[in-house]
Ligand binder design. Structure first.
Ligand SMILES: [Zn+2]
Ligand SMILES: [Zn+2]
Length: 133
């Protein structure tokens, strides 16, 4: 068995099984599928990219929606479960807590989280809502 190459291993897209590319978003290196444009966030990367700890907390609400994802974790091979941010379905690994988002789900999840905060009267979301008017 040859020794593993140094650095971040190449992950396979859980949907297409093709090698994902390293992309940089907000100073964080993520794995993106060139085919379906899905994004894999390792634990805490979602928080760093979205600048929003609530997003990662929502994504990590395992057990609330105990639906198994159709694929296993591209990072550790663990079981992924579906959870929801608003009505955006995200897939979270129960073992390493990485999160899979399909193309455009990051933007949609952030938008829904902000909308949810407006409904529940939290200041930060309301201000960012106003900023977009
Ligand atoms: Zn893909
Ligand atoms: Zn995992």
């Amino acid at each position: 068995m040859p020794s593993a190459p140094a650095g971040d291993p190449v992950l396979l897209c859980p949907r297409d099984r093709v090698a994902m590319e390293k992309v940089k978003r907000a100073e964080v290196v993520l794995d993106e599928c060139g085919r379906c444009k899905g994004l894999w966030f390792d634990h805490r990367e979602l928080k760093a990219v979205a600048h929003d700890s609530d997003l990662e907390k929502r994504a990590a609400h395992l057990g609330k929606y105990p639906l198994k994802s159709p694929f296993s974790c591209p990072r550790c091979g663990g079981t992924c479960y579906q959870s929801f941010v608003g009505d955006v379905e995200v897939d979270t690994c129960a073992s390493c807590h990485g999160v899979w988002l399909d193309a455009n789900e990051l933007e949609e999840a952030k938008r829904q989280l902000d909308a949810d905060r407006i409904i529940h009267g939290s200041g930060a979301g309301f201000l960012s809502f106003l900023a977009r008017l």
